[in-house]
Design a protein around this ligand. Structure first.
Ligand code: GLC
Ligand code: CA
Length: 539
């Protein structure tokens, strides 16, 4: 990392899912003007970077992760002028804008793909990955992330194209240098506009040289293999990422990659300073896997492991939520205020950059829609059909969807207690969580003990105390259901104590406490309360 990039260590990133943040023109869909309206709110919270999930022109099959035109703003979200205003209004408040870059695939409505589908010998024929079939079937067993085959047949070419995600998301051919040049030109276009960072989507699968081999994984019930682990992070892919790194680093741009990490060595390649790839990585773990493993121990080991790997160079992205996951307060907590604050304490006191996902700062919970028809996400719908096919009843399937659905994170932001939660004046594209009457920004702002005000304190604590940014980390053994660690910087020592339990337990703190820096409720001697969180300065 070049020296001047130390500025990234001061970032506190707030992720916005534009469709669900704020609807300014009352069509039921969040938009850029809506974001501008709420910049004062974000400034007041204290964040200094906004990561926008994709706002490019898109048919929205995967809510913008299927890009039709990298140079245009999706009409529902506004215009390029709105975007330029967002950049300048954010800048006035010292907030940088981070765009989502979807580079593994485009939409099937992208002009390149439309042309490529027409014939085997035009300018764009080689922009995607088309292959002949075998015995009138797909060339091999690769399966798509969202279920079914990763190939779709195109009659005009009598060939199959590859899509690791939905069939409307054809994979780009990165071995074609013209494709890479187009992509780099586009990235520079956004940097020239004033974008200061990128979150780079699904970046581990760029190289597909193994593409004609069968992937050696258990086949799904349709006979396809989830091939991502088979190809992720190979050397050629890392070389392509270094080309991206050259742009980001030479132009002093922040970058965080969404990476499918296969090993510690692989993790280091993505983020170690000398490898010239990303500043940070968001390790991709499928929500279903995560939910099955969930325990404080799992969290502790995950953070500990990531810390150890990157201790000597490289920086961490810390997050508990994003648009692909259930709400943290429902997953790791019990939807209570205390659990929301406890999780916030974890997020902001670990070494690395905190990523806050919209709504977590007010304790937004999972949605528990009554019927599958209320859900929108294609992944959720595919998973639901898969569950039914595997002989689950509708009730059982819905119960699983309640836990895992990506729509948990995508329901509209809860601004106040008016109809449709102040998100819009009309029924939004996805139903508001009925608990908006109780959980909303307006009431959080008015309550000094709210989760929001606790986030605000944590953000300012991190800003004003180098120990949280640069201090060492040491995990301390503690009883089941708790996480305890020390941060140490120069002569200062802070102890963080967190309970993931829904009950009070006997608990002894073996250190001399100098001062309580922050607590979600008052410490009792020799006890640790339900979902209690403490930051203590010790001797
Ligand atoms: C990433 C995104 C997810 C999207 C997928 C395909 O995992 O976070 O929302 O569906 O890539 O682009
Ligand atoms: Ca709108």
């Amino acid at each position: 990392m070049i020296k001047s990039k130390d500025w990234i260590k001061d970032l506190v990133v707030y992720q916005i899912y534009p469709r669900s943040f704020k609807d300014s023109n009352n069509d039921g869909i969040g938009d850029i003007k809506g974001i501008i309206e709420k910049l004062d709110y974000l400034e007041y919270l204290g964040i200094n970077a906004i990561w926008l999930s994709p706002i490019y022109k898109s048919p929205m099959i995967d809510n913008g992760y299927d890009i039709e035109d990298y140079y245009a703003i999706n009409e529902e979200f506004g215009t390029m002028e709105d975007f330029d205003n967002l950049l300048s209004e954010a800048k006035k408040r010292n907030i940088i804008i981070i765009m989502d870059l979807v580079l593994n695939h485009t939409s099937n409505k992208h002009q390149w793909f439309i042309e490529a589908s027409k014939s085997k010998n035009n300018k764009y024929s080689n922009y995607y990955i088309f292959k002949d079939g075998k015995n009138n079937k797909e060339p091999n067993n690769w399966g798509s992330t969202f279920g079914g085959s990763a190939r779709t047949y195109v009659k005009e070419r009598d060939q199959y194209y590859l899509h690791l995600f939905a069939k409307e998301q054809p994979d780009l051919n990165w071995s074609n240098v013209e494709v890479r040049e187009e992509i780099y030109k586009m990235i520079n276009f956004w940097i020239d506009k004033g974008v200061k960072g990128f979150r780079v989507d699904a970046i581990s699968y760029l190289d597909k040289t193994k593409e004609m081999l069968d992937a050696p994984y258990p086949l799904n019930n349709e006979g396809y293999s989830p091939c991502k682990a088979f190809i992720a992070g190979n050397e050629t892919t890392h070389n392509y990422i270094k080309e991206l790194g050259n742009i980001f680093n030479s132009r002093n741009i922040f970058s965080v990659g969404e990476c499918f990490i296969q090993s510690d060595e692989d993790f280091k390649k993505y983020v170690l300073t000398e490898s010239n790839e990303f500043d940070m990585a968001i390790p991709f773990i499928p929500p279903v896997v995560e939910i099955k493993n969930i325990s404080p121990n799992y969290l502790k080991n995950t953070f500990k492991h990531r810390y150890e790997i990157l201790k000597n160079g490289g920086w961490r992205a810390n997050f508990l939520s994003n648009h692909d996951k259930p709400r943290q307060i429902s997953l790791y907590g019990n939807d209570s205020i205390e659990s929301g604050k406890m999780l916030a304490t974890l997020l902001h006191t670990l070494p690395g950059t905190p990523f806050v996902y919209q709504g977590e700062e007010i304790g937004m919970t999972n949605v528990y829609y009554d019927s599958i028809d209320e859900y929108n996400d294609l992944d959720t719908k595919n998973y639901y059909s898969y569950l039914l096919k595997s002989n689950k009843s509708k009730e059982e399937a819905l119960k699983e969807i309640h836990l895992t659905s990506r729509d948990n994170a995508r329901s509209p932001m809860q601004w106040d207690n008016s109809e449709f939660s102040g998100f819009s004046k009309v029924k939004p594209w996805l139903n508001v969580n009925p608990n908006y009457l109780k959980i909303n920004v307006k009431s959080e702002l008015n309550n000094p003990n709210s989760i929001f005000n606790y986030y605000k304190k944590l953000i300012s604590l991190r800003k004003n105390n180098d120990i949280l940014k640069y201090g060492d980390l040491e995990f301390i053994d503690s009883s089941d259901g708790t996480i305890v660690y020390l941060r140490k910087y120069k002569e200062i020592k802070w102890l963080v104590v967190l309970s993931f339990l829904d009950k009070e337990i006997d608990f002894k703190i073996d250190y001399k406490i100098k001062k309580v820096i922050l607590e979600n409720y008052p410490l009792k001697e020799n006890k640790l309360g339900s979902y209690q969180a403490l930051i203590l300065e010790i001797e």
